[in-house]
Ligand binder design. Sequence first.
Ligand SMILES: [Zn+2]
Ligand SMILES: [Zn+2]
Length: 119
Amino acid sequence: MAVLPCQVGFHQHRLRNVNVYASWYVGSMTQRHSARFCPGHWSEIESGLSQFEVDTDSGALSDPTCEGLCLTCLKPVTEGIGQVFLTSYPTKDQRKDYWARIHTGCNLPGLLGSYFPHQ
Ligand SMILES: [Zn+2]
Ligand SMILES: [Zn+2]
């Protein structure tokens, strides 16, 4: 049994939680959140982020055509510009980073929006 429950509904499970850290920059304001998810819920969340995964060495997005698009609505962000950095630790020795722009009026997508609320 994992010591701490998954953030989604605080359900108990027997697997290792994925720790996720989010930083959200809008103008001069920074918001930081952290959460933990069971592998199932995290893979559901991650499926909407994969194009924004950052290659640790080159800093390039896994899908360069997504650069400059909003994390949530996938439209170009030319005004109301915010940025979101996400770091996940899917296993003890693994780290994955994501970076995207986000409209200041858009919430984080799907489950992330529920657990990393925009204040
Ligand atoms: Zn879960
Ligand atoms: Zn948007």
